[in-house]
Design a protein around this ligand. Structure first.
Ligand SMILES: [Zn+2]
Length: 252
């Protein structure tokens, strides 16, 4: 069949439509973010039962109709069942999916975002780090995947590199770090300049530059976590302002 297509990715959201069907949103390597109808996916014996639910990673076969994609079959590779049985963890999972759905784009290769989601959900399952640390790491790395992230490698004012200059402050509105010299220079200091600890700076640099498989391999003190999460909150307020439905369930 010529209008059949196979894609790899994850179901990021689903909602029931009609009596037995579902409409799912997939994040895929081949087509970016797409939505598709899963006919009969509500029925308990449906081969699309698993694919009708979020957190399902796999290979999806779609039929491309005149106006929409129809899901034909799925070969599931991961589903994060233990996460679904953990009430505290599952809301973080839904939040991560919602963020990925919000930033996912049509006709873009979303492999990096899919890999990030996979590793983040794995980290939630393993519970080696606190959920808040996992959330903060995910939010910062998502900025990296989007390509619109804070400059934590050079001073945004003089361009001095981190190796040569002590990057001691941060301004959300200016988009990144300031070195001590620029902070002490009269005039030109942004009103929202805040001190940035050395540990928070290194953590930001690590999160934005490390290969994905190493992303969830460290811990920080509660003070550094608070510093980072406050910075991410301000960044979001200034550059996005978007409110996620799942936010309230994880106390944001
Ligand atoms: Zn500077």
């Amino acid at each position: 069949m010529d209008n059949q297509i196979t894609v790899n990715g994850i179901v990021v959201s689903s909602m029931p439509v009609a009596e037995t069907d579902k409409r799912v949103v997939l994040l895929t390597k081949e087509l970016g973010k797409i939505s598709a109808f899963a006919r009969g996916a509500v029925r308990p014996n449906s081969p699309l039962l698993a694919a009708g639910n979020p957190f399902c990673f796999g290979t999806f076969t779609l039929h491309s109709g005149r106006t929409a994609y129809n899901l034909r079959s799925v070969k599931m590779t991961a589903r994060f069942e233990s996460l679904l049985n953990d009430l505290s963890g599952v809301w973080y999972g839904y939040y991560f999916l919602e963020v990925a759905e919000y930033y996912g784009r049509e006709n873009m290769d979303e492999s990096e975002r899919i890999n990030l989601l996979y590793l983040t959900l794995r980290a939630l399952e393993k519970k080696r780090q606190s959920f808040d640390l996992i959330r903060t790491i995910y939010e910062i790395r998502t900025l990296g995947v989007n390509g619109e992230y804070p400059n934590v490698f050079t001073c945004v004012s003089c361009g001095g590199e981190a190796q040569a200059k002590r990057l001691s402050h941060f301004s959300v509105k200016a988009g990144g770090c300031f070195c001590e010299e620029c902070v002490n220079r009269k005039g030109g200091r942004p009103a929202d300049l805040r001190p940035l600890s050395v540990s928070a700076l290194y953590t930001l640099q690590f999160i934005l530059s490390t290969p994905l498989p190493k992303l969830y391999t460290f811990d920080v003190t509660p003070e550094v976590l608070e510093e980072l999460s406050s910075l991410v909150r301000s960044w979001r307020r200034v550059y996005s302002g978007h409110k996620y439905k799942s936010e309230e369930f994880i106390g944001l």
